[in-house]
Design a protein around this ligand. Structure first.
Ligand SMILES: Cc1cc2nc3c(=O)[nH]c(=O)nc-3n(C[C@H](O)[C@H](O)[C@H](O)COP(=O)(O)O)c2cc1C
Ligand code: SF4
Ligand code: SF4
Length: 260
């Protein structure tokens, strides 16, 4: 079974491509994460766990969920990360989570996809041509991963250098503490009070007050709210203004996108 979290559709696309090629099911974990539902997920086929990379790591809330959820049936676990450039140290952390679950770690791969971190200038955005190219190559990469899983092959994880880990772990801690305030979120008059931003937030960070979203903390900066708003009414300070509110569904051909 392919399990995934996706804020802006990249990981969903990769996960569903893998599931389709495997002839297996995929399960969007967002609702379970929101409900803190760690009840058993059973699969008699290997688990393929997919998520985006946040600051060279798995999203912390996702890591926490995977640590706690009970996985039963098949003992083999693969990880697939989607990112704008590199998966950083995510593979190393995945391995230790699987070992602690007394399951068999089958390796990890990362797939480079369009960068969705529009609330930061840390990572370069992509133009339309680059986005389409990245989605196309991501599909091929996902199909290749599915083939390896089908053939019970170990995925060759990226080598993680000790120095890289030593730099990344404190960097993530610093980023969590300093870079994710909710206060800059605001909406324009385009907001129609539909509540989609509330629904997609994995951390239940948003509530509707008088049909307008109000942000609290903590925020993972996943970009689901900004990029899923059907009227593009949300911005984060000035930094997201006049930027593409990236969501893979805006670029995928009709037959390949599913509403989230
Ligand atoms: C908070 C945040 C941090 C990110 N950090 C990285 C990173 O360190 N390296 C990288 O290559 N991409 C990074 N990205 C880009 C995403 O990993 C990438 O666009 C991913 O495919 C998004 O997946 P999704 O559409 O399923 O949410 C980051 C994105 C966000 C929102
Ligand atoms: S998704 Fe957009 S339109 Fe809907 S409530 Fe949120 S901000 Fe308003
Ligand atoms: S409020 Fe933060 S965590 Fe929630 S959807 Fe928006 S960016 Fe993601």
């Amino acid at each position: 079974m392919v399990l995934y979290f996706s804020a802006t559709g990249n990981t969903k696309y990769a996960a569903e491509t893998i599931a389709e090629k495997l002839g297996d099911r995929s399960l969007d974990l967002t609702d379970r994460i929101k409900r803190h539902d760690y009840s058993e997920i059973y699969s008699n086929r290997p688990f393929v766990i997919c998520c985006p990379v946040y600051v060279s790591e798995m999203p912390l809330f996702f890591m926490d969920y995977i640590k706690k959820v009970k996985l039963a049936g098949n003992r083999r676990v693969y990880f697939v990360f989607t990112c704008g450039a590199s998966a950083g140290i995510s593979g190393g952390l995945a391995k230790s989570i699987v070992w602690k679950k007394h399951m068999i770690y089958m390796g990890s791969r990362f797939i480079v996809m369009p960068n969705n971190y529009i609330a930061s200038d840390l990572f370069a955005g992509s133009d339309d041509g680059d986005i389409l190219y990245r989605l196309e190559t991501a599909k091929l990469a996902a199909q290749k991963i599915a083939l390896a899983v089908k053939n019970r092959k170990q995925l060759k994880s990226r080598h993680i250098f000790l120095a890289e880990k030593a730099v990344t772990v404190p960097l993530v801690k610093l980023w969590v503490r300093t870079q994710q305030p909710s206060t800059p979120f605001h909406t324009s008059d385009k907001c129609v009070g539909c509540g989609k931003c509330v629904k997609v937030c994995p951390l239940n960070n948003i509530t509707l007050v008088n049909k307008r979203p109000v942000w609290e903390s903590p925020c993972a900066h996943c970009m689901a709210c900004i990029c899923s708003c059907p009227t593009e009414a949300i911005d984060y300070g000035n930094i997201t203004q006049n930027k593409l509110k990236y969501h893979a569904n805006k670029f995928l051909p009709k037959q390949e996108k599913k509403e989230s």
